[in-house]
Design a protein around this ligand. Structure first.
Ligand code: DLL
Length: 432
């Protein structure tokens, strides 16, 4: 049930002591090997010996994505390239890519941390794990692969794409665990329906989904359609990749691997900690990374701490599923709207399919948001009145969730784009 019980269930006091020791050595490592940090620490006259409490973290400077771009490609590495055994890179949607490196030890830790997450989700060495994340510079494929191998499971490194083949392999190889983005899991369901494959006839038991925001309602839909237990796992390349946090079988929040990552949740404007349990930006400091340590990395991901302890016995704190990113929050007529809020509403409404697109525009200085929703084919055979009733129902539910009016357009089944990797359901036409 645990992969590294001595760590995952350690007392908070022991954990905090371990975190402090690891933080001190990380600071020393970056302060002596990475000019970016030595300059910053020099400016603030950081005295390593006086750094004797986790509270002192608050005095340290932040690292942001732009710092990584400015130091492209290897400027933030803390070891010489000859000690780097792997490089990954994240392209993001804009600007220069960021490049991250791993030492042998980093890969070893990464494998254990991902194995912890797979184990917490219920997987064992008996499982057959189909990894439908892209293999390559993206951390998803290789990260989950090494973790699943470390667990001793049988790994199918199929990578993303070629959905018909994915399903064929799932049937023939008796896959018990599917690993991909939640969007791709939904696409697979679609293709199964097209092919006349009944998911109940598969051997699937688990789905480990991550790499993009999704909602509780989407989980329910996937669980029901595939007959599995879906868990959420979170990570980001700048910090390691998958393996930063993951859900146990309680399925209500993600345990952070706190012996390797020190996390804070801050108000993104004031950069002060939010009140306990409030939503804020996740900020991560790595505690064991050798090749690419980061201090107070601003992830832009929004989450909150959940109250503990967890009945699974793990002592690591839990964060809620990621609600969205500070940069994918839409501000519509001054109101903050997250795509996941819209998703949750749509998934609750009967007759709609789990595929939607959000289009934002500004017409005569007025923000306008239109949600295109796929609906089951039969809706279009109904009289107009029924269609209008459905539109009104969706509009009313969205208005009550979001606090603003939204236009709704019903579109035919399978008319919206499907995703094999991270989904992108928002088209913002405003020139902001
Ligand atoms: O997406 C790492 C990963 C791969 C995590 C596979 C889990 C599974 P990046 O491509 O650098 O790395 O993207 C990181 O994706 O900052 C979040 O905004 C988002 N993200 C990752 N996992 C989740 C999740 C990988 N479970 C960015 N829920 C992060 C919501 C997620 N968003």
């Amino acid at each position: 049930m645990y992969w590294q019980e001595d760590k995952e269930c350690m007392s908070r006091a022991d954990l905090e002591q371990l975190q402090l020791e690891r933080l001190q050595s990380t600071l020393y490592r970056v302060g002596t090997h990475v000019p970016f940090y030595s300059n910053k620490f020099g400016e603030m006259k950081l005295d390593y010996d006086a750094f004797d409490s986790l509270e002192d973290l608050r005095r340290l400077p932040f690292t942001v994505k732009q710092d990584m771009r400015d130091n492209y490609p290897y400027g933030l590495f803390a070891v010489p390239l000859r000690d780097v055994v792997r490089v990954h890179s994240s392209s993001g949607t804009t600007g220069t890519a960021t490049v991250v490196g791993y030492s042998k030890n980093d890969i070893n830790n990464w494998s254990d941390l991902v194995a912890r997450i797979l184990c917490a989700a219920g997987l064992t060495a008996d499982d057959v794990v189909q990894i439908a994340f892209g293999y390559g510079l993206f951390t998803g494929g290789f990260g989950l692969h090494y973790g699943a191998e470390r667990l001793g499971a049988s790994v199918i490194p199929i990578s993303a794409g070629n959905t018909k083949r994915q399903i064929r392999i799932m049937q023939d190889f008796k896959t018990t665990a599917l690993v991909c983005t939640p969007s791709y899991a939904l696409k697979m369901v679609d293709v199964m329906m097209e092919l006349g494959v009944n998911p109940a006839g598969l051997s699937l038991k688990y789905g480990l989904f991550g790499a993009e925001p999704w909602s509780e309602a989407m989980r329910a839909e996937i669980n029901e359609k595939l007959g599995i237990i879906a868990t959420d796992n979170y990570g980001l390349s700048e910090v390691m990749g998958p393996g930063v946090a993951g859900e146990c079988q309680e399925c209500n929040g993600l345990h952070v691997n706190e012996d390797h990552f020190l996390v804070e949740i801050l108000n993104p404007e004031t950069l002060e900690p939010v009140a306990e349990g409030e939503v804020g930006e996740l900020v991560v400091t790595t505690l064991t990374k050798e090749a690419f340590p980061v201090i107070r990395y601003r992830t832009r991901d929004l989450t909150r701490f959940l109250p503990g302890p967890c009945s699974c016995g793990r002592t690591f704190r839990k964060i809620s599923r990621i609600i969205g990113r500070t940069d994918d929050m839409l501000i519509i007529k001054g109101v903050n709207v997250f795509p996941t809020q819209i998703e949750s509403v749509l998934f609750e409404i009967e007759g709609t399919e789990p595929h939607y697109r959000i289009i934002v525009d500004r017409i005569n200085h007025d923000d306008k948001i239109t949600v295109q929703v796929e609906v089951v084919e039969s809706i279009f055979f109904h009289e107009m009145k029924k269609q209008r009733q459905l539109v009104d129902k969706i509009k009313a539910s969205l208005a009550s969730e979001l606090g603003i009016g939204v236009d709704v357009k019903l579109v035919e089944e399978k008319s919206l784009k499907r995703f094999e990797g991270k989904g992108d359901r928002v088209i913002d036409k405003r020139k902001l």
